[in-house]
Every structure is written in C-alpha cells, then in structure tokens.
Design a protein around this ligand. Structure first.
Ligand SMILES: Nc1nc2c(c(=O)[nH]1)N[C@H]1C(S)=C(S)[C@@H](COP(=O)(O)OP(=O)(O)OC[C@H]3O[C@@H](n4cnc5c(=O)[nH]c(N)nc54)[C@H](O)[C@@H]3O)O[C@H]1N2
Ligand SMILES: Nc1nc2c(c(=O)[nH]1)N[C@H]1C(S)=C(S)[C@@H](COP(=O)(O)OP(=O)(O)OC[C@H]3O[C@@H](n4cnc5c(=O)[nH]c(N)nc54)[C@H](O)[C@@H]3O)O[C@H]1N2
Ligand SMILES: [Mo]
Length: 761
C-alpha cells in the first residue's frame, strides 16, 4: 500500500487519468502491453465478452471496445501470477485470514484443485477424481433442502443452465444468485409493474432519446462504456438529469480516452445538465415531487385549454391504478417531500418540466435505487413517473436498469432462480424424465438465515465471494464454519475460500478469456447483456495451468458424482460440445432462444423478445400498473431516530470489481493509498465535533442486541448531503444487519444503513 493521499480530483472521467491507470495495471499484472492485442478482441463478435460489467456490446464496435475498468478486469484475470500448491504449503488458513481482500487476490490465479486439511490448517492439492468422489459422496448424504447452490453472475449461459438443472435433479430450488443482492428489486418490481423482469431499452434507443433521467448509478466507474452513448446524447443536446447523493465524476464530465482529439485538446463533455444530490433513500420522495409537479402542470394546461401534459390516451388504454396514484401524490405535502428528498421544490419542478418537454425519455438506474429497505417500491416509483407520459414501449424511451455482473441477467433467463414459478419446470420434467422440486428455494438472505440457524449444511459456490458480499460479516463468518461442506469454484483466492466448512474444496476454473478446448475443439460460451441481447464469446489466451478445468466440465463432474445416471442426460456429450447445451437451452426456451447456435455471433447480439417493448403487459391486471408506495420512509422499522444517526452508503471505488480490490486508488474521489475512509458532510463533521482527517469508529444503530462496528476510519470531508455518509463495500458490510433488506426482494439495504460516528479512543 502506498502513502495515503487525499485531494479532490478535478479532471474529467476517462481522459489521461484512465490511460495512465490502465498502463499501471497491465504492468503490475505482467501482461505485456503488446499482449494487450488481447484487448482488441474484447467485446467484438468472434472475440471474448468482457468479464467486467454487463453493458451491451455495440454492433459496430470501436477499435478499442473496452474501458479502463474492463481492461483492468482483463489484466486481473490474465495476470502472469499464479498460486499453486507451494503457496498453500507455506501459508495456513489462519494466517491468510489476516490478509486483506487485495492481498489475497493479487497473489494470482489458482492452478490446482485443493482440499482443506484441518490437521495442518492448510489447503493441499488433490486430484479432480478424488475431489468429485468425495463431494458426490457428501452431497448424497444430505437432505437436499439443506444444500445451497450459489452463483455469482459471471458464469456463461451454458454453465448456468447445467448448474440449475443439476440443483433440480438433486432436489431443490436453492439457487441464490448475486442478483439477490443487486437487481432483485428490478426483477420483482418491473415484473409486477410492467410484466417483464428486465429493462426495456436497447442501445439504439439512446440514439433517439431526448431526455435521460439517471438514478443512483456510478457510470464512470461501473459501466464506463456507457459514457459513449451518453456523450453522443449530450452532443445532440439531450438533457441528463442526475439523482445521486454524491457528485460522481463520471456523471459530471467525460473525456473519451479513445478520441485522440479530445485527449490532445483536453476537451471534455459535460454529462449531467442538472445534478440533484438527493439524500440516500430519498428517491421515492423526489419522484413523488416530480409527479406532483406534472399533475399540477397538467391541470394548469387543462384549465388553459393547452395540450395535456400527461399522456392520457396511453394511461387510459394501457395502465391500471392511475386514480389511486394520483390521490397518493395529491396527498403529499411539499415540505415533507423536500425534507425526505433533501431537494427543493423548485429543483424538482424544474426537473419535471424538462421531463415534460421531452417526447422520449430513458430512465437509467443502479444500486442507488435497489439497495434499500424500499428498493422494489423505489424502482416501481420510477416506473410510475415513466407511465405518466407513456415512456415505456416506444423507440427512444424506456427503463434501463444497469445490471452488474456480465451474465447475471442471463443466469436468470436459463433457470438460475430460487423462484420455481420463473422456471419451466414442466418442460424440464418432460425433457429429462424427472420430478422437479416445486417448493420455493432459498434466496441469498434466506440462505444466510439457514446457515445461522444450522439448517443449511452445505454450500456450493459457482464463482463469487459470498461471505464477503453478504451483510453482517462477523456473524455470518462465525455461522459459516458450522457447515459440513463448502465447495468453491473460482479463479482467484478470496476470503470465502478461507472461512470454510468441515469438508472444504477449492476448485480452480478457466476464465472466459482463456481457450476452452474440449472433445469437439475450442468452445464458445454465451451471455446476456443488460439490454437482453445474447452474445457468443470465444477465449483467446492459453489456459493458466494444465490442471484448471472449464466451469461446464466441473459442474458436470460434480453432477455425475452425485446423481444416479439419467439416460436423458449425457453430461459428457454436453461438455464435449457446448453447442449441444445450447440446443438443450433452445429446446427448453424455444421462443427466447430461437436459432440460438446460428445467431450466436450476430453483431450487437441477439435480442430476446420483450412483451413490454410492444406494450403487451404480462401482469396480473393485463395492464401496466401504477404502484402506490406505502409511504415515503426509507427505513420503516427504525424507531424515531436521533439527530446524530447518519445514513451510511456503501459503494464501490474506481479501483475494484465488487469484492475484488484492484488497488487503493479511487481516483475520481481523490482517495489514494487507503480504503479505510468515511466520506462526510462538513456540517455533520462540525455538529458531531469531529474533524476532517480525524479517525473515527462507526457503529450501527440497530434494534437488535448485536454490536456491529468498524473502527479506525479516516474522515474525508466530502460533497455529500447532510445526514449521509459513505464508505467502501465490502469492508463495511460488517455494519449491515442481516434483516436490513428490501421488504419484498430481500436485497440487502446497503445504501442507507443507520450508523453513529464517534472519535476512536
Ligand atoms: N469497475 C466496476 N464495474 C462494475 C462493478 C464494480 O465493482 N467495478 N460492479 C458491477 C456490479 S455487480 C454492479 S451491481 C454494478 C454496480 O454499479 P452501481 O449501481 O453504480 O453501484 P455502486 O457503486 O454501489 O453505486 C451506486 C451509486 O448510487 C449512488 N447512491 C447511493 N445511495 C443512493 C440513493 O439513495 N439514491 C440515489 N439516487 N443514488 C444513490 C451512489 O452515490 C453511487 O454513485 O456495477 C457493475 N460494474
Ligand atoms: N455493502 C454492500 N454489499 C454488496 C454490494 C454493495 O453495493 N454494498 N453489492 C452487492 C452486489 S450488487 C453484488 S453483485 C454482490 C457480488 O457478490 P459476488 O458476485 O459473490 O462477488 P464478486 O466480488 O463479484 O466475486 C469475486 C470472485 O469471483 C471469482 N471469479 C472471478 N471470475 C470468475 C470466473 O470466471 N469463474 C468463477 N467460477 N469464479 C470467478 C474470483 O474468485 C473472485 O474472487 O455483492 C453485493 N454486496
Ligand atoms: Mo451486482
């Protein structure tokens, strides 16, 4: 770790800072810059799909269709560094548990299958045959309901289909996914509101939109390629109204690092035309304010005989619940809306009038809306706003939830779901001649509750870093060790591999960028992007070691060792030729995956049909539903709170991918050399008698008896609303109570955690 430097960053997102940061990581991971020819194949038909975010891959890609953080993810996976048996012989698990997330992953790629040896407290090499035999023997001994099959959102459609099928053949729907911690409020909220569980926009919609609303997504760090369509939209003078408690650099200014002219002239584009620093959890109030302003403008227009502001024809033909929603908005008091949102009436009226002038509006959002106690309602509130002017189901308009992992949406599409009703179980029963379990499975929070209660006894992880990503780290780590079996399929070492069950395996797999050679030759895999387009992906580099295996091969290996043979499933044939898995996927979902193999490399991807795009509403009412929120309160069960309690936002730096910490430089926020910081508003610092740069402890304000604390954070005075503070995930996950989740989707409410801050000591 280098010395700590904290100073505000004034350059735009992208630009020279991005180019420099990229060279740094390629050098550190010993990926030759010339070898970055690899990067030229990123996100191109016939090349590999980025392992970072899920932003769509354009049909006409740029020469360099990657961003700083996508290239970092590539370098991180394709590092020359390796950790083999010698490393594990040298370090006990107890010792490794004292290392940081960065130190663990930066050791390099896992090269051998490993089994935990309790006697020496070390991981030791084991053959694949022995590993599968013991895992199979163990799995056969459990009640199927007590086993959890987690996926982290990166594995391909092919692997995911096999994995989901395996869990059901085994006898449960316990298929939690990182999506449970991420966009589950989208899956639930949008399905109930408009009949599809995903966004309704595609990349082309950005070319014709004339207004963008941007809620709670940090584009500069977490989906930087999206800055290109945003920059194009700004060049057409499209207003972008941003709602975010923090002034994020990428939402302010952007220099395209791939434009020589912009780089040489140091020119940049202003991204947001209005920047509304809403309070954490204040979006329901903010959107209610905008709706209220629209209703008022509509009534004024009617009174004066001008054209209506609301799209009354759309509302009448296509929606349900309009009157109740009108009554809800009419019943809200402006002063309460101002307090709850932290925004002025004038600012909200202004935003509403820009929205009302636009014919085609896109609503973009990320974790700032979903990771709340009322996450699902907040997403539905954005839908309500869009419905008022018919902004769903036509070109240039719609909803754009920015998904996280590169195939998280796709995993749901092919059956990774704890909700049996989302899976064509009858079809699976017919195809594979078995009786699929019908009982609802465990989602992430329920799996955690089961682990605490001792009812979950085994955990299989297809990627990810579950123990680090979930809330209540300390409690969960303790409970975790009570499990009998933990199996982790992974590329790099992380903390979840060290907090292990009695019998523990760590199985190294190929990354997507590597050549995956099977019986029929090199294989392609596929994924679904944020805009519901499927893309093929082909590995281009030599595998990191002769002992690593592909994810489909590993899943098949565990399945064969665990299940009785099924004459309808030839796991080996699937592994030998992934095109056969795609045929099975197509047979299971004929409409979604029509001509799947033939269309695998279609430029821009193969878009799946979405009823809402055609204004067909597959909801209970057969209409698009206005959904009235229960109230404006972010946290329904906190008792009247003391003025000293702040709402803590946990978020990502520009130098990480989720729990993968690439380094200690959050360039855009001006923090270098440390992640132990707490961003605070100057007025709060003064009121609580603290000081910029002071060291503080943060303690969760909770209604239960557990003490949750993080000690020794350094205060960074920051432009953030009074009453809010912010710091980094996953280090602060210890502060989130397990029960602090969205009421409907059970997504951990990582964006507004009530805490107290006090000087250390
Ligand atoms: N480089 C990189 N790319 C990534 C990831 C990564 O870690 N690194 N992670 C991937 C994954 S899995 C995901 S889910 C996405 C995550 O991408 P984001 O959705 O951008 O997630 P966060 O970094 O958590 O930031 C959320 C943003 O919401 C704002 N915010 C917080 N609370 C509120 C609120 O109450 N209201 C509003 N309006 N805004 C709020 C924060 O200030 C922050 O700018 O990115 C994906 N892409
Ligand atoms: N406080 C707080 N908590 C959060 C969030 C937050 O904003 N705040 N965000 C939540 C969100 S949105 C998400 S998506 C989750 C993320 O939770 P996860 O998806 O579980 O975590 P990741 O950090 O993405 O997982 C990283 C690990 O994946 C493994 N890996 C990488 N590539 C591959 C691969 O190709 N195959 C396999 N098998 N393994 C691979 C590596 O071993 C690496 O260490 O965290 C959630 N937790
Ligand atoms: Mo995510």
């Amino acid at each position: 770790m280098s010395d700590i430097e904290i100073e505000p960053y004034t350059d735009p997102a992208g630009g020279w800072g991005s180019a420099k940061s990229l060279v740094e990581i390629l050098t550190r991971e010993e990926v030759p810059i010339s070898g970055s020819a690899m990067l030229l194949k990123q996100n191109k038909p016939g090349g590999f799909m980025c392992v970072s975010c899920a932003w769509p891959k354009p049909a006409k890609p740029a020469t360099f269709e990657y961003c700083e953080n996508g290239a970092k993810a590539t370098a991180w996976e394709q590092t020359r560094k390796r950790i083999g048996p010698e490393f594990f012989a040298k370090h006990t698990v107890a010792e490794l548990l004292t290392w940081t997330d960065f130190d663990l992953e930066t050791q390099g790629r896992l090269t051998h299958p490993l089994r935990y040896d309790p006697a020496s407290d070390r991981y030791a090499p084991v053959s694949w045959e022995e590993a599968f035999a013991e895992i199979g023997r163990e799995l056969r001994g459990f009640d199927p309901k007590s086993v959890v099959y987690y996926s982290s959102g990166r594995a391909s459609l092919e692997t995911s289909y096999m994995y989901g099928l395996f869990a059901r053949l085994y006898g449960n729907n316990n298929l939690p996914d990182s999506s449970n911690m991420c966009h589950e409020p989208t899956s639930i909220g949008l399905k109930a509101s408009i009949g599809v569980p995903v966004g309704t926009t595609v990349l082309e919609d950005f070319e014709t939109t004339d207004c963008i609303l941007f809620f709670g997504q940090n584009v500069g760090s977490n989906a930087p390629r999206m800055l290109h369509p945003l920059q194009d939209a700004r060049r057409r003078n499209v207003p972008i109204i941003t709602f975010n408690p923090l002034r994020e650099r990428g939402l302010e200014r952007f220099t395209n690092p791939q434009s020589p002219v912009e780089m040489l002239t140091k020119s940049s584009t202003q991204i947001s035309t209005q920047y509304l620093q809403v309070k954490a959890g204040g979006d329901i109030a903010a959107i209610t304010g905008m709706c209220k302003a629209l209703f008022a403008a509509d009534r004024a227009a009617q009174a004066q005989g001008r054209p209506r502001v609301l799209d009354v024809a759309f509302i009448a033909e296509h929606t349900h619940g309009f009157d109740a929603f009108t009554a809800f908005c009419d019943g809200q008091d402006w002063s309460v809306l101002e307090t709850r949102s932290g925004l002025t009436r004038a600012a909200l009226e202004d935003a509403a009038s820009v929205y009302a002038r636009a014919k085609r509006v896109i609503g973009i959002y990320g974790m700032g809306l979903t990771q709340h106690r009322k996450g699902t309602e907040t997403v539905q509130m954005l839908v309500n706003l869009m419905l008022l002017r018919g902004n769903i189901g036509r070109a240039g308009a719609g909803l754009c939830p920015v998904r996280g992992h590169s195939n998280v949406q796709g995993q749901r599409t092919v059956g990774i779901s704890e909700k049996p009703e989302q899976v064509p179980l009858d079809k699976l029963a017919e195809m594979y001649a078995f009786t699929p379990p019908r009982e609802k499975g465990l989602n992430t929070i329920e799996a955690c509750e089961g682990i605490v209660a001792g009812t979950v006894k085994a955990f299989i992880g297809l990627g990810g870093n579950f123990v680090r990503a979930i809330p209540d780290t300390e409690r969960m780590e303790q409970a975790w060790r009570g499990m009998r079996l933990t199996v982790q399929i992974a590329t790099k070492l992380n903390r979840s591999h060290l907090v292990n069950g009695t019998v523990a395996y760590l199985l190294p797999c190929l990354g997507r960028i590597e050549i995956d050679a099977q019986a029929s030759g090199p294989q392609a895999v596929s994924m679904e992007d944020s805009t519901s387009c499927f893309h093929g992906s082909v590995g281009v580099t030599k595998p990191v070691s002769d002992h690593v295996r592909s994810e489909p091969w590993i899943v098949a290996g565990i399945a064969k060792a665990t299940l009785d043979p099924n004459p309808k499933i030839d796991w080996d044939a699937w592994v030998g030729d992934y095109a056969k898995v795609r045929e099975a996927i197509q047979a299971t979902y004929p409409e979604v995956f029509k001509d799947f193999n033939a269309r695998l490399f279609e430029p821009g991807g193969n878009h799946k049909p979405l009823a809402a795009r055609e204004r067909k509403w597959e909801t209970e009412t057969g209409k698009a539903n206005f959904v009235v929120p229960e109230g404006l309160d972010e946290d329904p069960d906190m008792p009247a709170r003391h003025a000293d309690v702040l709402d803590l936002i946990t978020l990502r730096s520009n130098d990480q991918f989720n729990t993968t910490v690439y380094g200690y430089h959050d360039r855009f926020r001006g923090v270098k050399g440390t992640r132990s910081v707490l961003f605070m508003n100057a007025a709060d610092i003064a009121r609580l008698d603290l000081a910029d740069g002071a060291t503080v402890d943060v303690v969760t304000e909770s209604t239960d008896q557990h003490v949750r604390a993080v000690r020794g954070l350094r205060i960074v005075k920051y432009n953030i609303p009074e009453g809010n503070c912010a710091g980094y995930y996953p280090e602060l996950n210890v502060l989130i109570p397990l029960w602090h989740h969205d009421e409907q989707a059970k997504t951990p409410a990582a964006k507004a955690i009530p805490v107290r801050v006090a000087r250390t000591g």
